[in-house]
Design a protein around this ligand. Structure first.
Ligand SMILES: [Zn+2]
Length: 201
């Protein structure tokens, strides 16, 4: 496995995987019911296609071939649901508390690996280079999100404020806190607010 990405690239991979596993995903094929709890466990029937998740891994630097079973994806889905708690946390201390919960319950201890000399030495929080995919996702994500929180002293990400969207996003760089995962969601919500205002005027 390729695990020598930069912290930022690793965190971006986390967001892509969490969204593909539990959010709208890249294709938006799973519309969320408005008002549903964004951190809630998705219905088991909504566990995505292993090929779609493999494509996300390949797009984020995992060397081919990536072969995932339905069980692998179910375990990754469970990890993604737990990772959403970090993105849903309201503020820095809450995000740190959510990460501490994950670090204390499944991720760690910290170790170094070079994958038998095939990569640069880099830290891991999964138990073994051949650990199951769900354990790998939880460990690699906790590591990247922990370092981002440490480095920026702000929550590493957030949940899209659009009720029609379940995506998480990273908060990189300065500026005011983001509310939406994308310009598309921001525009949709602005149009909806405008329509509501016009109706009540
Ligand atoms: Zn969104």
């Amino acid at each position: 496995m390729e695990h020598s990405l930069s912290v930022r690239a690793s965190a971006e991979r986390t967001v892509a995987l969490v969204n593909a596993l539990t959010g709208q995903g890249d294709t938006g094929t799973r519309p969320a019911s408005p008002g549903s709890d964004p951190a809630s466990v998705p219905h088991p029937a909504s566990v995505p296609d292993p090929d779609a998740i493999a494509r996300v891994l390949l797009a984020h630097g995992e060397p081919a071939p990536v072969e995932l079973t339905v069980d692998d994806v179910a375990e990754m889905n469970a990890a993604a649901v737990r990772l959403r708690e970090v993105f849903a946390a309201p503020g820095l201390a809450a995000a740190a508390t959510a990460l501490n919960r994950l670090l204390g319950g499944g991720a760690g201890p910290l170790r170094l690996s070079s994958h038998g000399g095939r990569t640069a030495w880099h830290p891991h929080l999964d138990s073994d280079d051949e650990a199951p995919w769900g354990e790998w996702l939880l460990g690699a994500s906790c590591l990247a999100l922990t370092v981002l929180l440490w480095d920026h002293q702000r929550p590493p990400g957030g949940l899209c404020a659009s009720p029609a969207c379940r995506n998480v996003f990273l908060t990189l760089g300065g500026g005011p806190p983001r509310r939406y995962c994308s310009r598309r969601c921001a525009t949709r919500e602005r149009v909806a607010a405008h329509r509501r205002a016009a109706r009540t005027a």
